[in-house]
Design a protein around this ligand. Structure first.
Ligand code: FAD
Length: 417
């Protein structure tokens, strides 16, 4: 079933009776060539790419809950390619290019909206850092524009520029950045993978990984044992727990990140805006809600809900930046479990167990990475070689200390990235 404007109109005329379920609900087979653990954005994109780019068959995605119920459906939907360090820079650049073609490729409306991202700065030192970052983005082939205070005023006149503790000096504008509908990304990849024959198995929790003579043999699940020649662990906030099933201790801490949405309002915020003097960022959804978030809750936790002090911090930062937000009513808040690495950059690698691969460490920035992560991880699993856009996300950097990708420059402390 292909979606098109014609199809939407003809279904409207027929009482919407012709739509079919978007993916099948197969029972697990006793054996697959490849198993992907985790039906989030990265797992689904990996399975899709294995089938589409590498022509592989006999693949299953095992998801303990429902597809898209994890972080892929909980994030604040920001997509950008504004990284600084070699390694991150080319990867997120690759990802943004894939985003730009995603809707056509998947034949699915993911509501990709390149509305621009504006990172504000509030001191001369911060301006220098953003100028440097902007130059790195341009060198990578992406877009960046350094705005002075008047340039920012033209775009977002409703911010508090002067009567505030941290006056706005200017901003770095990344016009190709923006937002996409998070659930639709999961559903689009799920539909795409299913159409290529991938079995998407929900309510199937992996409870053990079978290893014999240093090689994977399969998994134990709540729906029985399933054999596999290759296994990809793509479980985001649960990475440490699943890796432990294979005897691995990962350099990951899991922390909660919260987000908030207000009641629907008329269009007021056109871009994504981030505050430079506290962790606060905001955009407006197509339904009208102001979607915003802030920093991690500082303690490690597997509870997908946050704490009141962080809520207070986020609201304060919002009020500092745009006092008008005080009139809006917050409708909902929620949390997701982030897989934080010590250097804030991801891991896409083989493991010491033959046939077992790992994809994790997305911290709070993994939504924008979904298309590239699926693309390069499938490449690694299919060919056993690293994709050019992801040569540096190696697990052993935490053992050797070499080639750490500390984008924030905050040192090896998980909750500061
Ligand atoms: C509040 C918030 C805001 C965010 N904002 C942004 C943003 O604006 N931009 C951005 O780029 N990123 C953002 N992120 C981060 C981004 O959402 C994550 O980095 C990314 O979604 C993680 O990858 P995933 O989609 O594969 O994870 P998930 O969707 O969490 O997928 C992992 C899946 O694995 C499953 N699983 C776990 N254990 C098992 C098991 N034993 N067996 C089977 N299945 C298992 C889980 O149920 C889950 O569905 C945000 C995250 C949060 C929480």
């Amino acid at each position: 079933m292909t979606y098109s404007g014609f199809r939407v109109i003809s279904e409207a005329l027929r009482g919407q009776r012709g739509w079919k379920p978007v993916w099948r609900t197969p029972d697990p087979k006793p054996e697959y060539d490849i198993i992907i653990i985790g039906g989030g954005g990265h797992g689904l994109a990996t399975a899709y790419n294995l089938a589409r780019e590498h022509g592989l068959k006999n693949i299953a995605v095992l998801e303990k809950g429902y597809l898209g119920g994890g972080n892929v459906g909980r994030n604040t939907t920001i997509v950008r390619a504004n990284y600084f360090l070699d390694g991150n820079s080319e990867f997120y650049s690759h990802s943004l290019k894939l985003w730009e073609n995603m809707e056509q490729e998947l034949n699915y409306n993911t509501m990709m909206s390149q509305r621009g991202i504006l990172n504000l700065f509030h001191s001369d030192g911060q301006r220098d850092a953003f100028a440097r970052r902007g130059n790195a983005m341009i060198n990578q082939g992406d877009d960046a524009e350094l705005l002075d205070q008047n340039g920012v005023r033209d775009l977002v006149p409703y911010l508090d520029f002067e009567n505030t503790r941290f006056p706005i000096y200017g901003g770095l504008l990344h016009k190709r950045g923006g937002t996409a509908r998070h659930d639709a990304v999961a559903w689009g990849y799920a539909r795409g993978a299913d159409r290529l024959g991938v079995d998407l198995i929900q309510n199937c929790e992996v409870t053990g990984i079978d290893i014999e003579n240093g090689a994977v043999r399969g998994v134990q699940t709540t729906r029985g044992a399933i054999c596999a020649k290759k296994i990809g662990m793509v479980v985001a906030g649960r990475s440490s727990q699943v890796a432990e099933m294979a005897g691995m201790r990962l350099p990951i801490e899991s922390h909660v990140l919260q987000a908030f949405v207000t009641e629907g309002l008329k269009p007021v915020i056109d871009q994504v805006i981030s505050f430079g003097m506290g962790h606060f960022y905001i955009s407006q959804s197509d339904k009208g809600g102001l979607v915003f978030g802030g920093d991690l809750d500082f303690y490690a936790s597997y509870a997908a809900r946050g704490n009141l002090p962080m809520k207070e911090h986020v609201m304060e930062a919002g009020m500092t930046l745009m006092p008008m937000i005080g009139k809006a009513k917050v409708l909902r808040s929620w949390g997701g479990i982030m897989d934080m690495t010590p250097d804030g950059s991801p891991i896409i690698d083989r493991t010491d167990v033959q046939g077992l691969y790992i994809n994790c460490g997305w911290c709070y920035g993994g939504f924008k990475a979904v298309p590239a992560s699926g693309n390069v991880f499938a490449h690694l699993m299919a060919t056993d070689t690293y994709h050019d856009a992801a040569t540096k996300f190696r697990l052993d950097r935490f053992r050797t200390g070499r080639n750490l990708l500390d984008e924030e420059g905050t040192g090896s402390q998980h909750n500061l990235h």
